[in-house]
Design a binder for this molecule. Structure first.
Ligand code: ZN
Length: 301
């Protein structure tokens, strides 16, 4: 069972992908159960109610031809990033493996669809990819006593790409990473949200490619801090709410390593996690707002 949201930006409709009575995988509309896949749905037993509706065959089949796939959850309250959570990536970034999780925040408006065209900022020369296991919170998490309690707060998993501008993140950062991690559409999420009880989030192969050439290839078993440990740790410092997203860090094989060129307009990035699907973005150069104005004036003239 996989959750997805289909439709134009801001008008996505909730769906579940599951076998029909004949064993053929279909997209079923969740409209009889919910208006959206969000924290309210997840905290209100939405996953169990979906299973029940599938068993009772009460969900209508959805038409999907040519329909855009959005992020599999609606805009979260928070997107929490974890830095250098794979030892080989810490090494390629010039750092020792951290002894406690390295934490940063991304604006929630960076979340976008898994196949949306991806803008490179107008002045960017070091735009980089990061395939990551995304954790979606299903139950409020605050001051949790243990990683076991934290595992109960995880609704499911998805593929994320933590697009990062390295000159904004590191030399231009003045002490923190926010400027390199906040760019528009810099958190493609999806294609699907898969419930946590349907796979082992601690044993999933994750990979990325640029223009079909392999870049990252690792496994979530290599995470320094696994998903429940991260949720437990974060809950000591912030209130995690249903629908919030934690992106758990990226493995080695990014451009920052010096082994590969940074992303250019026209490049195609693919990111895949075993059991969670594959996303794909084609990159283009974002145009400064003043240039957009000039070209509009040009058309008027
Ligand atoms: Zn990252």
């Amino acid at each position: 069972m996989k959750f997805a949201r289909l439709g134009p930006v801001g008008q996505e409709q909730p769906a579940v992908i599951a076998p029909d009575a004949h064993g053929v995988e279909q997209h079923f509309s969740l409209a009889p159960l919910t208006t959206d896949i969000n924290g309210v749905f997840l905290a209100g037993g939405g996953i169990e109610r979906t299973r029940e509706a599938l068993r009772n065959r009460t969900l209508p089949v959805m038409e999907t031809d040519g329909v855009r796939l959005g992020s599999p959850i609606s805009r979260p309250g928070a997107v929490v990033g974890i830095g250098m959570n794979y030892a080989a990536h810490a090494a390629e970034s010039g750092s020792a493996p951290p002894e406690v999780p390295v934490v940063f925040l991304k604006p929630a408006n960076t979340v976008c669809g898994p196949f949306d065209a991806a803008p490179i900022p107008p002045s960017s020369e070091k735009f980089d990819w990061e395939v990551e296991l995304a954790v979606v919170i299903g139950k409020e998490a605050s001051y949790l006593a243990s990683a076991e309690d934290a595992a109960d707060c995880i609704a499911g998993y998805a593929v994320a790409n933590d697009l990062s501008e390295r000159d904004y993140q590191l030399p231009g950062a003045a002490g923190q990473w926010t400027k390199g991690k906040s760019l528009p559409a810099s958190t493609p999420l999806g294609p699907w949200l898969v419930p946590a009880d349907e796979l082992d989030g601690g044993r999933l192969r994750l990979r990325s490619w640029v223009n079909g050439e392999p870049r990252q290839d690792s496994n979530t078993s290599d995470l320094i801090f696994d998903a429940p440990t991260l949720v437990h740790h974060l809950s000591q410092y912030m209130l995690l709410e249903p629908g919030d997203v934690i992106i758990t860090g990226t493995p080695a094989g990014v451009a920052l390593s010096g082994r590969f060129p940074y992303l250019q307009p026209g490049d195609v990035l693919e990111a895949e996690i075993e059991g969670l699907g594959r996303q794909r973005q084609e990159f283009y150069r974002a145009v400064p707002a003043s240039s957009q104005l000039t070209s509009a004036e040009g058309r008027l003239a």
